[in-house]
Design a protein around this ligand. Sequence first.
Ligand SMILES: Nc1nc2c(ncn2[C@@H]2O[C@H](COP(=O)(O)OP(=O)(O)OP(=O)(O)O)[C@@H](O)[C@H]2O)c(=O)[nH]1
Ligand SMILES: [Mg+2]
Length: 211
Amino acid sequence: MTMTVMAARHVTGRGRVLRVAVVGDKQVGKTSLVTRYSHDVFSPHYTYTQGGDLENVVVTINDKNVHVTIVDAAGHRYVRSLIKTLYRDVQGILVVYDVTRRATFDSVQEWIRQIELVNTSSPVIFVVGNKQDLTSHRCVPEEEAQFHSERHSVPYYETSARSGHNVTETFSALLRQAWQHTTPSYVALDTIRLTTRIHEQEKDNSCCSIT
Ligand SMILES: Nc1nc2c(ncn2[C@@H]2O[C@H](COP(=O)(O)OP(=O)(O)OP(=O)(O)O)[C@@H](O)[C@H]2O)c(=O)[nH]1
Ligand SMILES: [Mg+2]
């Protein structure tokens, strides 16, 4: 299977569609991973995500264009109940934690439980240990995270949004598995636009909850 990826600000025409999400505690690097993957840039400055953002990319899988919407969900605890709708209808999810903060690793199981509660379609789930570049601050050993993930039959990846290490590989693997796992449907352009409008409304609502 071959795969290429192009960032797409506007999705046009008809095509196959995948929707994936990135979740996890606040400040683990979800937005940074999405931005690294879709635009190949990194910013050291932190701006929390309000509700959720959508990033559209087009990937080519076996010479077919696949429109991918990546839902970048806020990690702030006060919006967690509001953002459930954002990752309800997805085919794949990255559950991200920060290898330098054990509390974010301890939350992974709870995120997976939430995903399983709100999704009836059993999306492909990967666990991602991000900030792999901060070796001297690491407090969750790779072996421990690997062992934990194997016990729960969830693939485990380590990434650095800062250096770009393993970011493309992780998204590509998720999209490939999501593609194989589901039967993506053909949808019209209007349906894609509608998804964006729904998100923007949810984002507006959730702003009020952030302190
Ligand atoms: N060193 C290092 N810093 C990172 C990495 N990824 C993200 N960061 C930094 O960590 C901080 C938080 O990154 P974000 O991507 O905004 O985190 P987030 O998970 O989207 O946070 P919320 O939107 O609040 O849920 C920022 O200052 C980033 O620059 C990484 O791989 N390495
Ligand atoms: Mg964010």
